[in-house]
Ligand binder design. Sequence first.
Ligand code: ADP
Length: 191
Amino acid sequence: MKRRLVLLGPPGSGKGTQGSLLSAELGIPTISTGALFRDQIARGTALGVEAQTYMAQGHLVPDRVVNAMVQSRLGLADAAVGFILDGYPRNVPQVAVLDSILAEADWAIEAAVSFELPEELIVERLLKRAQIEGRLDDTEPVIRERLAVYHLQTEPIAAVYQSRGLLTPVDAVGSVELVADRVRRALEAGA
Ligand code: ADP
């Protein structure tokens, strides 16, 4: 099974949920940039303070901040056996930076799993999550902005991985178990 993975898909598509299932199953860490930022915010670090202003508006945190954070996380020992990137890369320039970070260790992405979900369902899921988790960026206007940013900046990444023969689309509509099963089968199919 492939062990250097990128998860792609709109906010609310279930990347985080599926990422942690896969992580437990494969024994490799999930590296979620959103979760790393939320942790920095909770701890009140300088990085958290900087990231918060962008996140609260639904905008991307500047590349230099994200890239440095991901580079140091990928350098930790547990990533040597593989990793699942959730929320990174999030724009085309970040793809190139990731390529060069990985190349230094003689690594490369082996599959990009893309979670496919209709737009109405995305908004519905995010509004529901807002009630449960109370995330600062899960209010309706910020959700709309995040989706706009997603379409403009993140969606074009799929074509990059597609051209490398690494894109693995997965239907993200259905129960957690059903989607997890599709992910597993999609990854095994290309293994
Ligand atoms: P979701 O994908 O559900 O919107 P995330 O937890 O992945 O949520 O990300 C939340 C926010 O963190 C994003 O809206 C953005 O501000 C910031 N962020 C996360 N990853 C990146 C990244 N790779 N580049 C820039 N900003 C990022």
